[in-house]
Ligand binder design. Structure first.
Ligand SMILES: Nc1nc2c(ncn2[C@@H]2O[C@H](COP(=O)(O)OP(=O)(O)O)[C@@H](O)[C@H]2O)c(=O)[nH]1
Ligand SMILES: [Mg+2]
Length: 374
């Protein structure tokens, strides 16, 4: 099914003195036509993936039930090896080539932006190391095609992943629990990068974190009341160790920080009020000897150290609470910015603005696709 591109309709009329005029008589047609899904773009953010990308591309489908066109997009994040050449040789349709290394979150966001501008109705994000099974893509996009979800997370049964250490599994579960609370969702594997988004979800997502976008985007989507579903997926045996987390300790450290940052960013009032309450209770504890002496024995002398400590803790509690109030105001501002950016995106799409850093790939021909039967 061909996509209908929005056109501004104009009508030619004449003024009373016979001069021809054109007047816009109808509003722009919306780009997104509900569930008339036509194009799926599978995007793969890559940093120096020449070794494993061919294997990942070899498994990607060219046809998915319920979708008319399937295209592949590789986002090259300033690789210094032959990632782009390998991607072209593997038949990717589109390449977004960032000039220098900007990090996974930026690459992911550039991919979403490009996919939208290339007319994607559904976007699937996948790792370049063939970690996720491309055979799961149809089940990942199924809830979107059925109109039940805007975003679908492919969830791994983390308990059964052999190469995850016990510490990594524990943190994964703990982190997922915190993110579930912050996002108000029920997704069990919150760090999974294998996800599908429909156009509406992709339009709304604005990732700002410079490191891990998976947690932040989930919290944001939950807050925006995007309909999120999860489907169980399997993973391929690992081909290499994780680039993002070279060791378990780095996984624990970075994810704990990311969870805390995301939670503090999206729930500042709650986080800082809890911290203020803890400090307030500590202040009361420090004052207790003085208060006990004063009320029970009428002695208000002494306990200078406890009084000073209590006062410092009480001041800190008030300041931390004030930070929560400021954070809450900033969170409100962020929502406004997010809505503005979403509208700018819609306008850009209607104007047909090109994706940035974009290069055409070397897609397989229709005959080739027929021959492979992918
Ligand atoms: N754009 C970009 N992608 C990266 C970077 N580091 C890793 N990646 C990509 O992110 C994906 C996930 O990386 P991976 O090492 O598999 O992490 P893991 O799956 O969390 O263990 C892969 O496709 C990598 O090529 C980076 O700095 N920038
Ligand atoms: Mg991976």
């Amino acid at each position: 099914m061909a996509r209908r591109r929005p056109q501004a309709r104009s009508a030619v009329g004449r003024t009373s003195d016979g001069i021809a005029t054109t007047a816009r008589c109808e509003p722009l047609a919306p780009v997104y036509h509900g569930l008339a899904v036509t194009k799926l773009i599978i995007q793969i953010p890559c940093l120096n993936e020449e070794e494993f990308l061919p294997r990942t591309l070899a498994d990607l489908p060219r046809r998915v039930d319920g979708i008319d066109e399937v295209e592949w997009l590789v986002i090259d994040d300033g690789s210094t090896d032959g990632t782009v050449e390998v991607a072209r040789a593997g038949g990717v349709d589109h390449v977004v080539r960032l000039t220098n290394n900007k990090g996974l979150a930026a690459a992911f966001a550039a991919g979403l932006d490009a996919s939208l501008k290339l007319g994607a109705d559904v976007i699937v994000n996948l790792d370049a190391d063939n970690q996720y099974r491309a055979a799961d893509i149809p089940s990942l996009v199924a809830p979107i095609l059925a109109g039940q979800a805007d975003m679908v997370v492919g969830t791994r049964e983390v308990r059964h992943i052999e190469h995850f250490s016990p510490a990594k599994k524990l943190l994964q579960r703990l982190g997922s629990w915190v993110v579930r609370r912050a996002s108000g969702t029920t997704v069990s594997d919150t760090t999974s990068g294998f996800r599908a988004y429909n156009r509406e979800a992709a339009l709304q997502l604005q990732v700002v974190g410079d490191f891990t976008y998976t947690l932040e985007s989930l919290i944001q989507a939950g807050k925006m009341l995007v309909a999120i579903e999860q489907v169980p997926i399997a993973t391929n045996p690992p081909l290499r160790s994780s680039r993002l987390f070279p060791s378990t300790s780095s996984y624990v450290r970075r994810n704990a920080l990311a969870v805390f940052r995301a939670y503090a960013m999206y729930e500042p009032l709650r986080v800082f009020t809890i911290a203020a309450l803890v400090l307030g209770v500590a202040a009361l504890g420090a004052w207790t000897p003085f208060l006990a002496d004063w009320t029970l024995h009428g002695d208000s002398s002494g306990h200078v150290q406890s009084l000073i400590l209590g006062a410092v803790l009480a001041i800190a509690a008030v300041q931390v609470f004030a930070l929560g109030v400021i954070g809450d105001a900033l969170a409100g501002q962020r929502v406004m910015t997010q809505r503005t950016l979403e509208r700018i995106r819609r306008v850009e799409l209607n104007l047909g603005i090109e994706p940035s850093h974009y290069e055409r790939g070397t897609p397989a021909s229709i005959e080739e696709i027929e021959r492979i039967g992918a």
